[in-house]
Design a protein around this ligand. Structure first.
Ligand code: ADP
Ligand code: GN1
Ligand code: MG
Length: 354
């Protein structure tokens, strides 16, 4: 691929230097991400997924507000490079594009290789929430409604199963049953948000390990990225989603399920980092639901992958035909182990919060 169209549209942005190279970059499932090298500096060019983000201008407004708030506090964050006419994105007949400064000297990890690294990630996402503590949530648009409303996600999942648009349902009856068997376990966080025992906070909502840039030398979090879904939510979403991805002994799309286990030591490490600055701020209900949130976010993501497989891969980027099914299976393998360990996880949380 020669990226001729991308090189052309980059002329509309206020970038320094002459573009020398453009290539696909990273492992995100949603946007198309490219690394742009010029003779002066590097940038990230992203084609925003407008099927997922129906109002990209709202996404960019949220990102500008959040990154300004972070920068005022001296926190390294994404820098949006404006277009020549001072807009945060460029729109043409192919789609919507944005450019960020490439944050140098960092690595993006697809797996938590050590407890220490995962604890560092927990610390970063915990701090991220702290930094947004005093951010006026009413300024933010809810980018995707009910993003982590698991009962609603389950309704959508059941609809996908019924409609069976791709005709693939017969390939995954066992996995569908795994979800439907657990349908009465999905409402504990939404119920607690309704009765107020779990407060609404400004949260990241997509706290995968690969959404933090880690300092390449110290492996400490340098910048929290992928701010598309920063919205009012629950801290339980941020905690649970990190555990879902990072406390696994294997990749999210590992085919060999014998390799996929929930690692409770990684859980402890993340919780230590995450709670180090949050433990005095959280409510008793939030504390109680932390272990469950790991199970919940894992089940939710599993049903989203499986629903997308049955829909015919219309949401997540996939590299082969049953990629979403493979991903769903790892989530269910993890969730099954987590359900058995809820008590042990609670003891760990108690210990950390003492
Ligand atoms: P998606 O929404 O598709 O997950 P992300 O915004 O997470 O897209 O970007 C995908 C990957 O690109 C990240 O995991 C990271 O490796 C890399 N990346 C994104 N923004 C930057 C940046 N500003 N500097 C360095 N790397 C980045
Ligand atoms: C997507 O954008 P990315 O790849 O960081 C998804 C998350 C899922 C995750 C599963 C906007 O995250 O919700 O948990 O894939 N993002 C969106 O890997 O749907
Ligand atoms: Mg991402």
């Amino acid at each position: 691929m020669d990226f001729a169209k991308e090189r052309e549209l980059l002329k509309n942005f206020e970038i320094e230097g002459d573009v020398q190279d453009v290539s696909f970059y990273g492992e995100g499932h949603i946007n198309v991400t490219m690394l742009v090298k010029t003779n002066k500096q590097n940038y990230i060019l992203q084609k925003i997924n407008t099927k997922v983000f129906k109002r990209p201008e709202d996404v960019m407004n949220n990102i500008l507000l959040v990154t300004e708030h972070l920068k005022k506090k001296g926190v390294l964050s994404l820098s949006v490079i404006k277009t020549l006419d001072k807009k945060p994105m460029f729109v043409n007949s192919d789609g919507c594009y944005r450019v960020y400064d490439f944050i140098e000297d960092t690595v993006t990890l697809q797996r938590a290789e050590t407890k220490e690294v995962f604890s560092n990630a927990g610390y970063s996402f915990g701090e991220f929430q702290n930094y947004l503590d005093d951010f006026d949530a009413t300024k933010l648009v809810e980018i995707i409604e009910n993003f982590h409303n698991t009962p609603k996600r389950y309704e959508n999942f059941k609809r996908s199963v019924e409609e069976n648009k791709s005709g693939r349902r017969s390939l995954c009856e066992k996995e569908v049953k795994f979800v439907t068997d657990r349908e009465d376990t999905f409402a504990r966080v939404t119920d607690a948000m309704l009765d107020g025992s779990v407060p609404v906070r400004v949260t990241h909502n997509d706290t995968k390990l690969n959404n933090i840039l880690m300092d390449e030398t110290t492996l400490k979090g340098k910048a929290v990225i992928d701010l598309d879904t920063v919205m009012p939510g629950s801290m339980l979403y941020d905690f649970g989603d990190s555990i879902r991805f990072g406390a696994s002994t294997a990749a999210e799309d590992e085919k060999d399920l014998d390799k996929v286990h929930f690692d409770i030591d990684l859980f402890r490490a993340y919780a230590e980092g995450f709670l180090s600055t949050l433990k005095d701020k959280i409510t008793p209900k939030e504390k109680e639901l932390l272990p469950y949130s790991a199970y919940l976010m894992t089940m939710e993501c599993g049903m989203r992958f499986l629903g997308d497989f049955i829909d015919g891969d219309t949401y997540f980027a996939t590299k082969y035909s049953d990629h979403n099914l493979v991903r769903a299976r790892t989530q269910f393998a993890l969730a099954e182990e987590m359900e058995k360990l809820e008590e042990e996880m609670s003891e760990i949380i108690e210990e950390i919060c003492k």
